[in-house]
Design a protein around this ligand. Structure first.
Ligand SMILES: Nc1ncnc2c1ncn2[C@@H]1O[C@H](COP(=O)(O)OP(=O)(O)O)[C@@H](O)[C@H]1O
Ligand SMILES: [Mg+2]
Length: 374
């Protein structure tokens, strides 16, 4: 029989970060600003993924919210409570940090129940059993922390954060050490548990698949700055800048140089020296501007050489079960173009073709700043 979990969270709380800054200073070294004024407004019960490359400030942000790192400036509010100056224990936040210590003399089961029993929570043992089953870790309950693999420790850390039943839950790379199949199952279960309990949750990850599958909204971060905050669809379909466009999406978005040609109220970009044109819905770019063009492999199609688009030569074709990938070269250009093709199609190396894309999926970016030109 499946024991049901009784969601006990009093009420889900909003989490608001305003102009949050972290500057690390070390004696004899230059100070370093790891987080540069972050603003995030997270709704009660929402699951946010903080997605970005290694070193962009994700963990620092999470540690400031948790109270494990001081805030240089800015504010952190849970509901309407300012918590940035409160000690970690007074913030009502559950953290699933990998480094979070377990008590070595206690079994995993005792570790999980410890905090609950200390707070005299009723049904602590049932809660631990239920969470443990959901995260497929029954076989770990009688083990000591020292005997756990890194993947097992990670599950225990996640379970420990979940059983505490916090209004705000922070998870730093919670699935990174699990093998691929366990990762998928635990990820699904994490999402279901998060929904049932209604925790306001931030999951830090550098893995876009994890972020896209878990999150209600993504905050894409780079160099201490949130580059875009939106639903997975918004971020994928309407990237704010070149960084976001390149960081989200698999295979990576094609990036090529082009020159805007405005005529009859329409904007086209000319690719290479006469290798063809792509039409775009961007309207703000003056005629003759050199731009960075972004177009996703999923939005491209290969047409016959007579159609309008970029003239290419297929260099390399891969069949990947559900679709194919044609890597193509453009005469006189270093950058190639990857086209995702239907599984039914096949292309040969040296084959000539034309790459087409719907105008609303042809994105233009400023050559210098990478900002989106609309
Ligand atoms: N205690 C610290 N002292 C100085 N620099 C730090 C400290 N912790 C992190 N950093 C630096 O801050 C930046 C952001 O780190 P971090 O938040 O851990 O990034 P992420 O979690 O996105 O990989 C990195 O350049 C890192 O080297
Ligand atoms: Mg980190």
């Amino acid at each position: 029989m499946t024991a049901t979990l009784e969601p006990k969270t009093a009420t889900a709380q909003s989490l608001t970060l305003s102009e949050l800054v972290k500057t690390y200073t070390a004696r004899g070294r230059e100070s370093f600003q790891a987080v540069k004024g972050i603003n995030l407004d997270i709704a009660p019960g929402e699951l946010i993924a903080l997605l970005g490359p290694s070193g962009c400030g994700k963990t620092t942000t999470l540690r400031m919210i948790a109270g494990l790192e001081t805030v240089t400036s800015g504010s952190i509010r849970i509901g309407d409570r300012e918590v940035s100056q409160l000690p970690a224990s007074k913030r009502g936040i559950g953290v699933g940090f990998e480094s979070y210590a377990l008590y070595p003399p206690l079994s995993v089961r005792e570790n999980l129940a410890y905090g609950l029993k200390a707070r005299k929570v009723k049904g602590a043992d049932e809660m631990v059993s239920a969470i443990s089953r959901r995260l497929e870790m029954d076989d770990l309950l009688e083990l000591r922390p020292a005997g756990l693999s890194s993947g097992q420790k990670q599950r225990v850390a996640l379970a420990r954060a979940l059983v505490r039943n916090p209004p705000v839950l922070l998870l730093d790379e919670p699935l990174s050490h699990l093998d691929a199949s366990a990762r998928q199952r635990v990820r699904r279960e994490l999402k279901v548990l998060q929904r049932e309990f209604g925790y306001t949750t931030i999951v830090v990850t550098h893995d876009q698949v994890e972020a896209l599958s878990l999150a209600d909204r993504l905050a894409v971060m780079d160099a201490g700055v949130v580059q875009q905050f939106g639903t997975p669809d918004e971020v994928f379909d309407d990237p704010a800048n070149l960084f976001v466009a390149q960081f989200v999406g698999e295979p990576q978005i094609n990036v090529i140089r082009g020159v805007a040609k405005v005529a009859d109220g329409k904007t086209r970009v000319e690719i290479g020296s006469g290798q063809g044109y792509l039409e775009t819905t961007a309207t703000s770019v003056p005629d003759g501007t050199t731009v960075t063009v972004g177009v996703r492999p999923q939005d491209c199609a290969l047409g016959d050489p007579a159609s309008t688009g970029i003239s290419v030569t297929v260099a390399y074709f891969e069949h990947l079960l559900e679709f194919g990938l044609a890597t193509s070269t453009v005469a006189g250009m270093e950058e190639g173009v990857i086209v995702q093709t239907p599984a039914t199609e096949s292309y040969e190396p040296e084959q000539k073709a034309v790459v087409t894309a719907p105008p609303e999926r042809v994105y233009l970016f400023d050559v210098d700043t990478g900002e989106r030109l609309r």
